[in-house]
Design a protein around this ligand. Structure first.
Ligand SMILES: NC(=O)c1ccc[n+]([C@@H]2O[C@H](COP(=O)([O-])OP(=O)(O)OC[C@H]3O[C@@H](n4cnc5c(N)ncnc54)[C@H](OP(=O)(O)O)[C@@H]3O)[C@@H](O)[C@H]2O)c1
Length: 238
């Protein structure tokens, strides 16, 4: 992919992984539109912010219309915003807690891919980047809906890639391991920083490597190929 000259829309670009990607794209000479529910005080200089609650279908329709009228030169869509709830079906299952997780992690991604497709199709070089997770390879016991949504993201991304073969749109699956962000605060060890993840992403982006396994996600993928049972044991308890 070319290094600069893109107009990028990134969901959840104000914090965590999204913020590190936003900074990387801006520093390389791209224009970036950040989507989130509320504008962060420290939005990277040069980014444009559009407020949208991605759980709200009508708000997503409005966002798509706004981008179609003001940013017709959009060439990169990064579906990064995501939520993770931990819970147990047997003890504390409440469907309402999980509905927003499904809406943000899956529906919003599909809706934006669909709604913004005409702009991407018209760009000379375009890309869709969907952020899945190492937990899409094997699930952990405490996050049943999250892991299932990320497996969905992975599968959807792969078929989208098949369907867009031969077009000017490349389709990337960014597969992070445990990253040190608000989402993982107080959980896990051996996390990588969002900035290190962005560095690995950037190399893969420039090299057109569409499956981007970051750090331990790559190792897990390899183990899973050789022994799914071992990979499952490693991930099960997080
Ligand atoms: N951190 C990890 O270890 C890890 C590992 C694998 C995959 N991932 C994936 O990487 C992506 C980013 O994760 P992160 O760790 O950077 O998360 P994070 O620090 O919790 O940030 C989440 C971002 O998503 C936005 N967001 C959440 N719900 C939204 C909604 N309803 N509408 C609009 N924006 C919304 C938030 O913005 P507002 O709060 O302003 O709305 C925020 O910018 C997610 O898809 C996650 O599943 C993370």
């Amino acid at each position: 992919m070319q290094k600069n000259g893109h107009k990028v829309l990134i969901t959840g670009g104000g914090r965590g992984i999204g913020r590190a990607l936003t900074t990387r794209f801006i520093d390389a000479g791209n224009d970036v539109i950040v989507i989130g529910r509320s504008q962060p005080a420290d939005l990277p200089t040069g980014a444009i912010f559009i407020a949208c609650d991605l759980n709200d279908r009508v708000a997503r329709d409005d966002l798509i219309e706004q981008v179609k009228s003001a940013h017709r030169d959009l060439s990169v869509l990064i579906n990064n915003a995501g939520l993770q709830h931990e819970g147990n079906f047997a003890r504390d299952w409440h469907y309402d807690d999980y509905a927003s997780e499904m809406e943000t992690n899956m529906d919003a991604m599909i809706h934006l891919c669909d709604g913004l497709f005409p702009l991407l199709e018209a760009a000379p070089q375009a890309a869709i980047v969907n952020v899945s997770s190492a937990l899409a390879i094997q699930p952990k016991q405490d996050a049943p809906i999250y892991c299932a949504t990320k497996a969905f993201v992975r599968s959807f991304t792969k078929t989208l890639r098949y369907q867009l073969e031969g077009s000017s749109i490349r389709v990337f699956d960014l597969v992070p391991p445990l990253v040190d962000t608000d989402m993982t605060r107080g959980r896990g060890t051996g996390k990588i920083s969002p900035e290190d993840l962005a560095t690995i992403f950037w190399k893969a982006w420039l090299a057109n490597r569409e499956d981007i396994y970051v750090g331990k996600a790559g190792l897990l993928n390899m183990i899973n190929r050789l022994s799914p049972r071992l990979a499952s044991r490693i991930v099960r308890h997080g």
